[in-house]
Design a binder for this molecule. Structure first.
Ligand code: ADP
Ligand code: ADP
Length: 228
C-alpha cells in the first residue's frame, strides 16, 4: 500500500537527506523506522505526508502516485493518514471530547457521526471517564491516548507515530504500545519512528534502519540494533 521507489531528497542547502531509497510496506504491517539522529527518518515521514516533495523518485500510496495529486486532493489524501507526535499537540483550551471532535469537524464530519464516533474512540483508548477533562488534568500516558483517539477518529488506513513514547515512562509507554498493537491487529498499517530500544526488541516487528539517508537494514521480526 506504501511504495517508495528510488526516492532521493536533497534539501536546498544541497544536503542529501535520502539517497535513492526503495521500500514497500504492505497493508496491515507494523514497521519500526530506526536510525541515528539526522539519518532521514523525519524526511521519510514528511515525504509520505506530502509535506515536502522528493527530488527524484515516486511514492505510491494505495495505488496512487502522490506526485500526481492535485492541490485540492491533498487534504483528502492526508485524511487516510493519522499522526501521533512525541509532544502530543493537543489543544489545551478544549476538553478531551472536544479535541477528538475537532479533528472530525475539520474534515467536515456530520454532527451525528461525531456524537457517535467520539465516545467510541475514547472507549477504545480507555478514556471514557475523562471525556470532559482538559489535557493539563491528564497524565502523559492519558494525553497520548487522546492523541491516538484523535488520530483514529477519521478511520485512517495508515498511522504514523513519530517517537510516540518519547515523553513517557516505560510502563506508560507499554500501555501505548499495547494499544498500537491492538490498532494494528484491527487492520491499520503502522509506521513508527523510534529510539526506544526495549520496545523495538520486544515487539518483534519489521525493522527498517536508515543511516545517512540510505536503508542499511530491513528485517522481519527485527531488533533495534543500536546501543543508545
Ligand atoms: P532524522 O529524523 O532521522 O533525525 P531528518 O530527516 O530530520 O533525520 O534529517 C536528515 C538530514 O537532513 C539531517 O542531516 C538534517 O540536518 C537534514 N535536514 C532536515 N531538514 C532539513 C531542511 N529543511 N533543510 C536542510 N537540511 C535538512
Ligand atoms: P497513566 O498514563 O495514567 O500512568 P497508563 O497509560 O500507564 O496510565 O496505564 C496503566 C497501565 O494500564 C498500563 O500499563 C496499561 O498496560 C494498562 N492499560 C490501561 N488502559 C489500557 C488500555 N485501554 N489498553 C491497554 N492497556 C491499558
Amino acid at each position: 500500500m506504501i511504495e517508495f521507489k528510488n526516492i532521493s531528497k536533497v534539501y536546498k542547502n544541497n544536503h542529501i537527506a535520502l539517497s535513492n531509497i526503495s521500500l514497500s510496506i504492505n497493508k496491515g504491517e507494523f514497521v519500526f523506522l530506526v536510525g541515528p539522529s539526522g539519518a532521514g527518518k523525519s524526511t521519510f515521514i514528511k515525504l509520505l505526508l506530502k509535506e515536502i516533495e522528493p527530488t527524484s523518485g515516486d511514492i505510491t500510496v494505495n495505488g496512487v502516485n502522490i506526485k500526481k495529486l492535485k492541490r485540492k486532493e491533498v487534504p483528502y489524501y492526508r485524511r487516510n493518514i493519522g499522526i501521533v507526535f512525541q509532544d502530543f499537540r493537543l489543544l489545551q483550551e478544549m476538553t478531551v471530547f472536544e479535541n477528538v471532535a475537532f479533528a472530525m469537524q475539520v474534515v467536515e464530519a456530520g454532527h451525528k457521526d461525531i456524537k457517535r464516533k467520539v465516545p467510541q474512540m475514547l472507549s477504545l483508548v480507555g478514556l471514557s471517564s475523562k471525556a470532559n477533562m482538559y489535557p493539563h488534568q491528564l497524565s502523559g500516558g492519558e494525553q497520548q491516548r487522546v492523541v491516538l483517539a484523535r488520530a483514529l477518529s477519521n478511520n485512517p488506513g495508515i498511522l504514523i507515530c513519530d517517537e510516540p513514547t518519547g515523553n513517557l515512562d516505560p510502563e506508560t509507554a507499554w500501555g501505548i504500545m499495547d494499544l498500537l498493537n491492538d490498532i494494528n491487529k484491527s487492520g491499520t498499517t503502522i509506521l513508527m519512528a523510534t529510539h526506544a530500544k526495549d520496545i523495538v526488541d520486544r515487539m518483534k516487528k519489521r525493522v527498517v534502519a536508515i543511516e545517512k539517508g540510505v536503508i542499511v537494514r530491513d528485517q522481519q521480526r527485527g531488533v533495534y540494533g543500536y546501543e543508545d
